[in-house]
Design a protein around this ligand. Structure first.
Ligand SMILES: [Zn+2]
Ligand SMILES: [Zn+2]
Length: 295
């Protein structure tokens, strides 16, 4: 094995992954932000647009955008290095990635996708709770919560430590779980789309019996928006399973969100603003502690 060649490859791959990730983020999140959040012309405009327009100022918008973009570019760099390291590990035969779909049977493709997503949800829930511990919050998670009204630009706005923790999951998963390359791509796609959707601040699920049922088990934008405001509820990534099991789920958050359109509820939840929260609430649950029932 030629070590210097390996390091050179790692560097080039990192650069390519960074350019692709950063440009993808800037184009997709930037377009959605400009079209929906700045124009706010859509009939069902995001809650962050409807409720917060009164507090908009060009300076606040600029501060918020700059904060989210800078952190997202740092995250993109960390994701790129981790993706490059995974590529190198694959080349050297250290991963369980495979390319022949029938190697473990067709059924295994679906099973492994569900397994990897469920384990990722579990990993995210517990590391997210850890990130809210007062000893970790400041350096691990504060950056993400500074935008108290998330927008698509907040999707990858993580502190570098948090970005690394999240990237380590997939690096570990490909080394231990046999995974077809397309399953890995599907997981990366689900992560990216999920991150975008969850920071859109709009109601995603239809107001039907099925929509309500789906919304009670799947995490949507309003579910995550509530986490950005309340801090001590809704820690999950894709599903509400762990939040419900460990009593960090607010069952009536939909009603509270509907109510909070009124000035009184706005007061309860804090001053709405597209700007960066000046003094983020530090209402965190120590971890591990006996779990409090979510309010
Ligand atoms: Zn978030
Ligand atoms: Zn959080």
């Amino acid at each position: 094995m030629n070590f210097s060649l390996l390091v050179k490859d790692l560097g080039w791959h990192s650069l390519i992954f960074f350019v692709v990730t950063a440009l993808g983020y800037l184009f997709v999140s930037g377009s959605l932000y400009a079209l929906v959040f700045l124009r706010g012309a859509a009939k069902h405009s995001p809650i962050a647009t409807r409720k917060l327009k009164a507090d908009l100022s060009l300076r606040n918008i600029w501060l918020s955008v700059r904060h989210d973009v800078v952190l997202s570019l740092w995250s993109s760099a960390i994701f790129a290095v981790c993706a490059s390291a995974t590529t190198t590990a694959y080349t050297l035969g250290y991963t369980r990635l495979y390319t022949e779909p029938t190697q473990y049977g067709w059924w295994y493709l679906g099973f492994s996708l569900c397994l990897v997503l469920f384990l990722q949800d579990t990993y995210f829930y517990f590391t997210h709770r850890l990130a809210h511990h007062p000893r970790c919050y400041r350096w691990m998670h504060q950056g993400h919560h500074r935008s108290n009204n998330p927008t698509p630009l907040t999707a990858f706005s993580f502190d570098p430590a948090e970005a690394l923790v999240q990237a380590l999951y997939l690096m570990g998963a490909v080394c231990f779980i046999p995974m077809h390359l397309f399953v890995l791509y599907a997981v990366v796609l689900a992560m990216s789309l999920g991150a975008l959707l969850h920071h859109f601040s709009i109601r995603m699920f239809a107001d039907s019996a099925f929509g309500r049922w789906l919304g009670s088990w799947m995490i949507g934008p309003m579910h995550h928006w509530y986490h950005h405001r309340k801090y001590n509820v809704h820690y999950g990534l894709y599903f509400t399973f762990w939040d419900k099991l460990l009593k960090t789920h607010c069952d009536d958050y939909e009603e509270k969100l509907t109510l909070q359109i009124t000035p009184q509820t706005v007061k309860q939840l804090g001053k709405p603003s597209l700007s960066i929260a000046r003094s983020p609430q530090r209402k965190t649950l120590p971890f591990p502690v006996p779990f409090k029932k979510a309010s």
